[in-house]
Design a protein around this ligand. Sequence first.
Ligand code: NAP
Length: 317
Amino acid sequence: MNTRPNPVLITGCSSGIGRACALRMHRAGMLVYATARRPETLAGLEAEGIRTLRLDVTDEDSMRAAVDAVEAEHGSVGTLVNSAGFAASGAVEEIGLAGMRRQFETNVFGLARLTQLVLPGMRAAGTGTVVNISSIFGRYAAPGGGFYQASKHAVEALSDALRLETAAFGVRVVLIEPGPVRTTNFGATYVDNLPSVSEVYDEFRERTAEYFDAIYTGSRRTLAGTFTVHADDVARVVERAVLRQRPRARYTVGFLARSTIALRRLAPDAVFDHLFVRRVFPVPHKRAGQPTPAGAKPAGRRTAPLTCTTAPGKDPR
Ligand code: NAP
């Protein structure tokens, strides 16, 4: 199978992993097109000699224009790195339909649509690589990020199907599964996006914000914070995968990712929840004395019922 990494088209290069990939691959001598939905954030990369384009993964026209521009000059995209993404954090009950849709529009549909747009060119060239930045949360889930984790599970399934569908045409599909990555805006966005819909989750929300802040800023010692990796560590793995004739289907990045995904594979659900998730992540606790929600079944003698101050499903943002 022929390997031709150039040109490399990367999404989400305003910060974090996308930006680190652009810099690393450019410095390794690859022809990189760094993209972002806010092109002004790419000035630093442009100054390094990297080509830049506007690309918003929720805007079909901008995706088409970017792919057309690369194909007009080079025939086809050699490597697509789908890095753009964010976390719609918060308890499942607190995220409204619009919030759910926004999460999937960017993390799943945007990635899938852009991939569809580069595939005809890759097939015609008989070579190409699609790298999808997934997450440890594509392999397991924890409280407070259900829709983000669902989006990354969707990316994993799509990538597995696509890998098998495109192998015969010389197109490789690679999943990258990092644990927490500092030097990104991901943690700040995670905390900023926490919705405040129901007082039932007030304490959980506060502990989740503190926990993620501690991981990404190092304000307090946490297991996940101890094992964060740098965005360039992820970029190095992406570069290695892209240059391989036969890359693996998935690459985990960092000790935390490797160890927890291994535990997830081996342990039954209840054991994984008990040994890892409940010990490491904040979980909501039921507080005594909370009033019964309208229409709810009467609580049993030993249970204190939960309530919502705002109707579930109201979009918090
Ligand atoms: P980041 O620094 O926040 O970067 C996210 C990038 O995605 C930004 O450039 C952002 O642009 C861009 N983006 C968001 N919505 C977009 C849209 N509609 N169109 C185009 N670009 C858009 O965080 P990161 O850690 O580098 O995130 C990159 C990927 O890594 C994500 O898919 C994330 O899920 C994944 N990941 C991150 C971690 C982590 O701990 N950091 C761990 C595992 C996986 P703006 O600046 O305009 O918002």
